[in-house]
Ligand binder design. Structure first.
Ligand SMILES: [Zn+2]
Length: 344
């Protein structure tokens, strides 16, 4: 559980203020012109605030489609409708870097209070930012608790467009060569973002992809669910992937990266089981949100909000400035990624 108070960038606070202003004028479904943002479109699970009515509708419809597709892909069934729609603010411009932030509240096995801000070109919003942010919501509804950051961000990155995934893969090589790789034992224990988040995203994505290719998505989810029970990741790695400890997994993953990430066959003992995919916990928890009141939302926002804050489109240049990264890190002062050099 993320016990820290909500920390938001100034940009986000402004967006939220605009959002609530707009919602106050929203009578019912459909497209509504507003002064604060150009238009709002409401579907069952999203209220999208976008620059034009057409964009608001297109993004809301795409969000619903991704929501259904990704839930089936990961969990094996569609996600039940939320009790309240996700408040979604969109900034669209061809020159905007692609990124997003999603917040929600965990409270006594329930999750609610969905808010999303996304930005980028229309193309990247539809094929990368939306699926990334919506995958966060799928995991939140399934696990009903925060995931380790490497796994959450890593898995969400696997559903992005291949051009975005390719950037992460190129960044990973750079980080490993520069000694910015994160020791697996440290990475597995991270509940918050490190000060420099890009290595976590790149490495988290690569390890997630490696594990999914080897044993499939249900096994990956089972591994996470099991490891979160006691945070004994050494035990979970041994049980679910057959390595003695995190370091043994780190070494074999690194060999795979050095070999150019060749496509892997499902390991023989899971190939048969994978033909009929099942998740460790069958489907989404039946328990829904008992009541989402403003009071309950406000009380929990101060203690159990969970937030992803993504720059989906990382800087490409080898000497790209680091300053923008600090702006959207989470304020964790721990220096966790300076020591290890994996690329030998
Ligand atoms: Zn994310």
């Amino acid at each position: 559980m993320d016990a820290r108070p909500r920390r938001t960038a100034a940009r986000r606070t402004r967006s939220a203020a605009v959002l609530f202003l707009v919602l106050a004028t929203l009578a019912s479904g459909g497209v509504l012109q507003t002064a604060a943002h150009a238009a709002v479109h409401r579907t069952k699970n999203f209220v999208v605030n976008a620059p034009t009515p057409q964009l608001a509708r297109e993004i809301a419809d795409s969000a619903e489609a991704w929501r259904e597709r990704l839930a089936i892909e990961w969990i094996g069934e569609p996600m039940p409708d939320w009790t309240e729609p996700c408040k979604t603010v969109v900034r669209v411009s061809p020159n905007l870097g692609a990124g997003g932030a999603t917040t929600f509240v965990f409270d006594r096995g329930e999750v609610f209070g969905w808010e999303m801000t996304i930005q980028g070109s229309k193309e990247r919003i539809l094929d990368s930012v939306l699926p990334h942010e919506i995958t966060h919501t799928v995991f939140a509804c399934y696990f009903r608790r925060p995931l380790p950051r490497w796994a959450d961000e890593g898995a969400c990155t696997t559903v992005e467009h291949k051009s975005e995934v390719g950037k992460q893969e190129r960044l990973l090589i750079r980080f490993l060569k520069n000694g910015q790789g994160i020791d697996f034992r440290e990475m597995f224990g991270m509940k918050e973002y490190p000060a420099d988040v890009l290595p976590l995203y790149a490495q988290g994505h690569s390890l997630t992809q490696f594990l999914i290719e080897r044993r499939g998505k249900p096994a990956f989810l089972a591994f996470l669910a099991d490891g979160m029970v006691d945070e004994d990741w050494r035990r979970a790695v041994a049980k679910h992937y057959g390595h003695e400890n995190e370091y043994a997994l780190q070494e074999i993953w690194l060999e795979w990266v050095k070999a150019g990430r060749p496509r892997l066959e499902l390991e023989p003992d899971v190939a048969v089981a994978a033909a009929t995919p099942t998740t460790p916990q069958s489907g989404f928890p039946v328990r829904q949100v008992s009541a989402q009141t403003d009071e309950r939302l406000a009380a929990n926002r101060s203690k159990s909000v969970y937030m992803s804050y993504d720059q989906v489109e990382p800087p490409e240049a080898a000497d790209a400035p680091r300053e923008p990264v600090r702006g959207w890190a989470h304020g964790n002062d721990a220096a966790v990624n300076g020591g290890a050099t994996y690329w030998r």
